[in-house]
Design a protein around this ligand. Structure first.
Ligand code: FAD
Length: 396
């Protein structure tokens, strides 16, 4: 069997290596990761690890036992597809089959790179830097009211910080959810004692202060920037790997790239969703778990055998709430509320042509589990039953 080389030792890269072995691949597997740390899970970084409730979040994987050649501290800088070779500082690495799993990089706030006290939250090193900062309970300013911003604000409030969240859009999670859904979520910030300033652009940060474009000045002992992430694919410039305007490697339905023998998976790759009729770029954990199983199956089959067409899923823990989402509501024609968004537990269901296409559950994990199955089957549902929180979704 030709050897498989995986670039990126995050969730998607590690899961690809593990899935290859689980599915019976006996050839050489090499996993190259730029970070020096034992591969680790990211979701705890904005939760338990940040608050010091967990030391780290290393994956419980026996790389040696699985005969996976794990090379840490190894950044891949180039790809020469014609000769099936990668470039690293330690020299070229040949591949038979290549899997791109380089994940995403957080966007930075122009002009604030390298300013003392300004943090990002993507890596274990970022979390390790932030932990002692939080423990000193500074005034914290969070730039961006997205998933990461909300989770960091939650942790900072728990650590006793005064927290101000500045968001350029006119509402929280503007890129992810419609206004009727985000309106109740904005209230969570205030209930948790965090100040939320929407429709405000940051003009600059200097040590100890955040300057807003409208002239306001916010004192800040710590600044955390959570304004989104972009696929970490810059190193592929000039290599012939096709990418989209969002920077993602544009994989096909089998997670193959435009180059022969090269696959892409996880946060760095987008794929055509047959289910939703659109290309999806998913920056969530479950996609970095499921996609690798498809990649491994296709590598083992030696031909395009398994299509990747998941119902995307993610969760977020913010302000004492467990928020879960399954599906994709982009093409939905109907939005139905299940329960009162002012209360502790409610859900939102999106329908298209009478079938459920997406569900958001706040403190209602059963809605999520049952909704996810309904989305998978695509059977028509009764809107009146869907809108009744007393009727189990599976009976709708
Ligand atoms: P990554 O985890 O980014 O891993 C890619 C790896 O590749 C990195 O280690 C990187 O150093 C390495 N790499 C990059 N370029 C190169 C190169 N040229 N050479 C060698 N190595 C390279 N999702 C949820 O669903 N729920 C959550 O609650 C949640 N919480 C999160 C909290 C935080 C703080 C963060 C950052 C993310 C969270 N996510 C969550 C998202 C989830 O963690 C990601 O979707 C997942 O990590 C993606 O895995 P990946 O392997 O594709 O990318």
């Amino acid at each position: 069997q030709r050897g498989v080389v995986i670039v990126g030792a995050g969730m998607a890269g590690v899961q690809t290596a593990v899935a290859l072995r689980e599915q019976g691949f006996t050839g050489p597997v090499t996993l190259l990761g730029a970070e020096p740390h034992q591969p680790y899970d990211r979701p705890p970084l904005s939760k338990a690890v940040l608050l010091g409730k967990a030391e780290d979040s290393a994956f419980d994987v026996d790389f040696e036992g699985l005969d996976i050649d794990l090379r840490l501290g190894t950044e891949v800088t180039g790809l020469r597809a014609a000769v099936h070779e990668l470039d690293t500082e330690a020299g070229p690495v040949p591949y038979g089959i290549l899997v791109l799993a380089t994940g995403a990089q957080p966007l930075t706030l122009p002009g604030t790179e390298g300013v003392p006290g300004v943090h990002l939250l993507r890596t274990l090193d970022d979390a390790a830097r932030l932990r002692p900062v939080l423990a000193a309970s500074p005034r914290a300013v969070v730039v961006g009211a997205g998933w990461i911003g909300a989770e960091f604000a939650t942790a900072a409030r728990e650590a006793g910080c005064e927290v101000t969240v500045v968001e350029a859009a006119d509402r929280v999670l503007a890129g992810a959810l419609p206004a009727e859904v985000t309106e109740p979520m904005a209230r969570w910030y205030r209930e948790a004692g965090a100040e939320l300033i929407t429709g405000a652009k940051v003009a600059g940060v200097d040590e100890g202060r955040v300057l807003l474009a409208d002239g306001r000045v916010l004192p800040a002992g710590a600044v955390v920037v959570g304004i989104g992430a972009r696929p970490a694919t810059g190193w592929l410039d000039g290599t012939g790997v096709e990418r989209g305007p969002d920077g993602s490697v544009t994989a096909d339905a089998y997670l193959r790239t435009s180059l022969p023998d090269v696959y892409a998976v996880g946060d760095c790759a987008s794929f055509p969703s047959g289910r939703y009729g659109t290309r999806l770029l998913v920056h969530h954990w479950d996609n970095a778990l499921q996609g690798p199983r498809t990649v491994a199956a296709n590598i083992l089959a030696g031909e395009p055998a398994q299509v990747y067409d998941p119902v995307p899923y993610f969760w977020s823990e913010q302000f004492g709430r467990f928020v879960q989402y399954a599906g994709h509501h982009g093409g939905a024609d109907t939005l139905l509320l299940r329960g009162d968004p002012a209360g502790p537990a409610w859900s939102v269901c999106w329908l298209r042509d009478g079938a459920l296409v997406a569900v958001l559950a706040v403190g209602r994990p059963r809605d999520l589990a049952q909704g996810r199955k309904l989305i998978e089957t695509g059977v028509p549902v009764d809107p009146a039953k869907v809108a009744d929180p007393g009727t189990p979704l599976k009976s709708a």
